[in-house]
Design a protein around this ligand. Structure first.
Ligand code: UPG
Length: 486
């Protein structure tokens, strides 16, 4: 276990609550990029409010976290050893994007994190000033036991929407998934008039009347621990999903704080989310390529499926053909596979196999569409950039996010045939791309995306924004609590 002090906490003008102690928050992100990135954005917001932070992580994840914090931040990073000898997980893998297969290995990986608990608790015990509250990922369910042991209020962070949380809960409580025979039959969600889902929107364990297995065990541990927590932090904003924000708060069980879009936390510090003003020679090749497209007066479709999607070689080939046949210029970020595609699509498209600054790309003036798996961060980042989406969900809660994007807020178009188990034909992709980039429907969803971008900006506005006020409330609620009884 090691502590790296990024900057002495005392360097900040500290928040001194009524009780006279410094407001000190503990953050513990899950070891997955899609979960860590938004918590680091939350860290920026808390630092700006003069909250002292201690961020827990594991050795291989520390560099990413350290690099994401603003220079001179009043934050300490504490490294805890990652468990060794996890069945089927290669040594040295400490992040889900490095797993050979997220589908097969996720439960073992996630369940093993409980072995971090003893080290976490020794560190918590010695932490000074005493933490006022903890924000830990919902997937680190065992941190609830640690929080209870030390009387620290815990806020859960899943990084998902109020919509997916509300709808998943409603279909489970009302047992809506056990009626239909077919996976694609539409089901009305009785608690939310107008909302319809189908069985294939949900994971296998949720569709079984008698679920079992490691994935289900893991989900149950997370859900039960979350139900005992003080509340939840949501990466969303009221104006985007008011019905669902009100629903969760109306349950009266916990407090839900929608304090996002968290990606906007970067804007003031380092110009992220806007087109970066960089000298040409320091720009990555793909930004230079976008600049060229802009100069030629072209619009570009950005294609990316998050940090962990698994796509078969056959499907990658079909995507390449669909994109080529659409005759639209595209920038495609691929995580795994796709050998030889760079050469194939040269001219019209660019394929990148590296980690990119996604928010920078979405903020580039020539990017006019985003073909996405609808991970919630990608949805929020697209909203903030005012870029409409082509929704192609693949796993987890992404099918629900795709419904939100295409059916509820209407800032995107669903790719026909896409889904948890679907295979998208090149013709369906070509049609969807043309619709978004050149069609009337595309104009409509583009207009909606731009309206939501403005609402998102307003939600985060200092003093008046709904998310700004909600974060104030969170700090007010938790920085004045000396200790809570669980
Ligand atoms: O080269 C890259 C690739 C990704 N990203 C960023 O990585 C994050 C990816 O997050 P997301 O779009 O949510 O995708 P996943 O990584 O797939 O997210 C997981 O976590 C999300 C939040 O819980 C869930 O909504 C998803 O279903 C789940 O797959 C985003 O901030 C991207 O901007 C980059 O900056 N550069």
């Amino acid at each position: 276990m090691g502590t790296e002090v990024v900057a002495a906490p005392a360097a900040a003008a500290e928040v001194i609550p009524a009780g006279g102690t410094v407001c000190h928050a503990v953050l513990f992100p899950f070891m997955s990029k899609g979960h860590t990135i938004p918590i680091l954005h939350l860290a920026r917001l808390l630092l700006r409010r003069q909250i002292t932070l201690t961020i827990f992580t594991t050795p291989a994840n520390r560099p990413f976290i350290a690099a994401s914090l603003p220079a001179g931040a009043a934050a300490s990073i504490v490294e805890l050893p990652f468990p060794q000898d996890i069945p089927e997980i290669p040594a040295g893998v400490e992040s889900t994007d490095k797993l050979p297969s997220v589908d097969s290995h996720f439960p073992n990986f996630a369940l093993a994190t409980e072995r971090i608990r003893p080290d976490f608790e020794s560190a918590l015990e010695n932490l000074r000033p005493r933490p006022s509250f903890m924000v830990s990922d919902g997937f680190l369910w065992w941190t609830q036991d640690s929080a209870e042991k030390f009387g620290i209020p815990r806020l859960v962070f899943y990084g998902m929407s109020n919509h997916s949380g509300s709808v998943s809960r409603a279909v489970a409580v009302d047992r809506l998934l056990f009626g239909p025979e077919s996976a694609d039959e539409m089901i009305s969600v009785t608690q939310f008039p107008g909302v319809r889902v189908c069985k294939s929107d949900f994971d296998d364990w949720a569709r079984s009347p008698d679920p079992k297995g490691p994935h289900f065990d893991f989900v149950m541990k997370s859900v039960v621990a979350s139900s005992r927590s003080y509340g939840s932090v949501m990466n969303s904003f009221y104006e985007f999903e008011p019905v669902f924000v009100d629903h969760l708060n109306g349950l009266g069980t916990q407090k839900y704080y929608s304090v996002g879009p968290l990606c906007l936390a970067d804007v003031d510090d380092d110009n992220c989310g806007k087109e970066a003003v960089l000298a040409a020679e320091s720009k990555p090749a793909w930004i230079q390529w976008l600049d060229e497209k802009l100069a030629e007066g072209k619009s570009v479709l950005y294609v990316a499926f998050g940090s962990q999607a698994e796509i078969s070689e056959e499907q990658l080939e079909e995507i390449a053909c669909g994109l080529e046949e659409s005759e639209v210029d595209f920038l495609w970020v691929i995580r795994k596979g796709g050998g030889g595609l760079e050469e194939r699509v040269k001219g019209r498209g660019m394929v990148v196999g590296e980690w990119v600054d996604q928010r920078g790309i979405l903020g580039h003036a020539c990017v006019q569409g985003f073909l996405s798996h609808c991970g919630w961060n990608s949805v929020m980042e697209s909203v903030c950039a005012g870029v409409p989406m082509l929704a192609w969900p693949m796993m987890a809660e992404q099918p629900l996010n795709a419904r939100m994007v295409a059916e509820k807020v209407k800032m995107g178009i669903r790719v026909e045939g896409s889904g948890r188990t679907g295979f998208v034909q090149r013709g369906a992709l070509e049609k969807a791309v043309r619709k978004l980039m050149n069609g009337v429907e595309g104009m409509e969803v583009r207009r909606n995306a731009k309206e939501y971008a403005e609402k998102a900006r307003k939600a985060m506005e200092e003093g008046s924004g709904s998310s700004w006020k909600r974060l104030n409330l969170l700090i007010h609620d938790l920085c004045s609590k000396a200790k809570i009884e669980y």
